[in-house]
Design a protein around this ligand. Sequence first.
Ligand code: OGA
Ligand code: FE
Length: 332
Amino acid sequence: MCEEKQWNSTQLRRYDLELEQIPRLYYTDPKIDELISLNKPVVITGSNIIKTAKANWTPEYLEQNIGNAGHTVMLSKTHKFKYFDESKVLNKNNPHGIEFTPPTRKTKMKIGEFMRKLREWKPGNDRLYLQQPLNNTIGDLLVRDFINFDWEYINNKQSKHNWGPLTSNLILISQEGNVTPCHYDEQQNFFGQAYGYKRCILFPPSDFECLYPHPVYHPHDRQSMVDFDKPDYTRFPRFKFAKGYETVVEPGDVLYIPIYWWHHIESLMRGGPTISVNFWYKVGPTSLEYPLKDHQKVSITRNVEKMLLEVLQDPKEVGPLLRSMVLGRYTE
Ligand code: OGA
Ligand code: FE
C-alpha cells in the first residue's frame, strides 16, 4: 500500500501557535481506550467505522444519492464560518437578545445547485458549506452505507466510555479552504473523514482562559473571540499560552474530539471539496468526583453565567456584576 502523503504543508493556513501532533493509532490499539478514558483526542486509523463512506462518498455520488429534500447551506464572504445561535440575536420577538450582525447566512439548497455552485465558484463569490444532520430524507444508497458503518466498534466505544445516546450525525460538505473557527461543543464527537483532507487543531478545556469564549448569552456562545488569522494580543494576551494539538485527517480516519475540547477545523487549501460525517453523543451520567475535571469546571462556569442572566434578566448587567464580585476581592 502506498502511504505517501497526499497533501503538503503549503496547503495549511499559517497561525501564530505552537502545535503538537495528536497521536494516530491503529483501531485495535488498546491505547485508544486509555486516551478516550482520559478525555484526550486520538485519531483512529485503519478501522471500518466509516468504511462505506470512505469507499463511496464522493461529491458526484452524494449529488446522485443524498436526496432532493433541500439541505442547509451556510454562505460566507470570507473563508471563516463562525457559528452563531439565532435564538440569542436581538429582534422584535427577542427583546433581550444581543445586537449582532451575522457573519454568515443560512439558506436551503438542493444538492444539485450546491454542487454546481461549488464547481463554478470563483473569487468574489460567497463561499459555501453544507452542514446537515442525516435524516430520513437521504436516499436508499446512503442509508445502506450508513447501516454498514462498523456499529459494533462504535457502540462498543460508546458503552465502554459511558457516553449517553447518539444524538445526530452531521454530514459536512465543504469547499476547499473553508475554516470552522475555534469553538467547543457540549457533546462527545467521533469525527469521521470520508473524502479529502481536513486539518484539525484542538485545545484542552483547561485553555479556557487562553481562548476567551464569548459570554454564554452571546450568539457566539462556545466560540473563541480570538481571530486566529490576526490575534489581538492586547485584548487577548493569554492566547500566547494556548497549547494546541493538531492533525490532518484523511479519508477513513476518525478523530475523537472530547467533549468541551476546543477545535478549529479547516479544509486544506487547493485540496478540492471535503466530506465529513460526525457522531455526536450526549454525556453519560456523571458523578462529581474530586478533584473536578477541567471540562466539569467549564460546565460549572456556564451554569453560573446562565443563572446570573436568569436573575438579572439583562445581559448587559452580567459582566458588571461578575466584575464587582471579583475585582479587589478575588484578584491581587
Ligand atoms: C464538529 C465541527 C466543523 C467542521 O464536528 O463538531 O465543529 O468544519 N465540525 O468540520
Ligand atoms: Fe464542533
